[in-house]
Write a new protein. Structure first.
Length: 161
């Protein structure tokens, strides 16, 4: 953690007791949701929790393993978050047909170990339609990949509804 981040977290900790009550929201799963589980549901606590989840880099681990208050189901939100947070790496791995980010996406998607190779191969074979432009959004990537999955006989069972 950089010095600036540590100072910002410290300053945020000082104002936490004085934070106004906000509408309940979810900071997501990860280390922040575990460390701040007993805190009041304020805007400041939700921002701090989301920041901890993001900067500690543990949401992917939590989503994959079903720990850190994360669900291991093929939750659309978990998949969308993973794609959004890893677009560049996913594009590179999909183009090569291998890589940790692609393997993790298959796990977050809920693809069984026996079908992961097919998922990765289908992603590489359909790279141009999944990552359809340089300005493709994570939502479009998810939609495009879901279409590829739905059209693959072996993977069709993993189609997101």
């Amino acid at each position: 953690m950089t010095m600036k981040k540590m100072i910002a977290a410290g300053a945020l900790a000082l104002v936490m007791p004085f934070a106004a009550q906000a509408a309940p929201s979810d900071a997501g799963c990860g280390l922040g949701s575990v460390l701040l589980a007993d805190q009041d549901d304020t805007l400041v606590m939700n921002v701090l929790g989301a920041t901890l989840n993001m900067t500690s880099g543990n949401q992917t681990f939590g989503m994959t393993t079903g720990t850190l208050n994360c669900s291991q189901s093929n939750s659309l939100l978990a998949i969308q978050t993973y794609i959004n947070d890893n677009m560049d790496t996913l594009a590179m791995d999909a183009a090569r047909g291998e890589g940790e980010s692609l393997d993790t996406l298959a796990s977050v998607w809920g693809v069984e170990e026996a079908d992961k190779a097919e998922f990765i191969q289908a992603t590489q074979a359909n790279f141009d339609s999944i990552f359809s432009s340089e300005s493709v959004t994570s939502e479009e990537v998810l939609s495009n990949l879901n279409r590829v999955v739905s059209e693959d006989e072996q993977l069709a069972a993993y189609t997101l509804s």
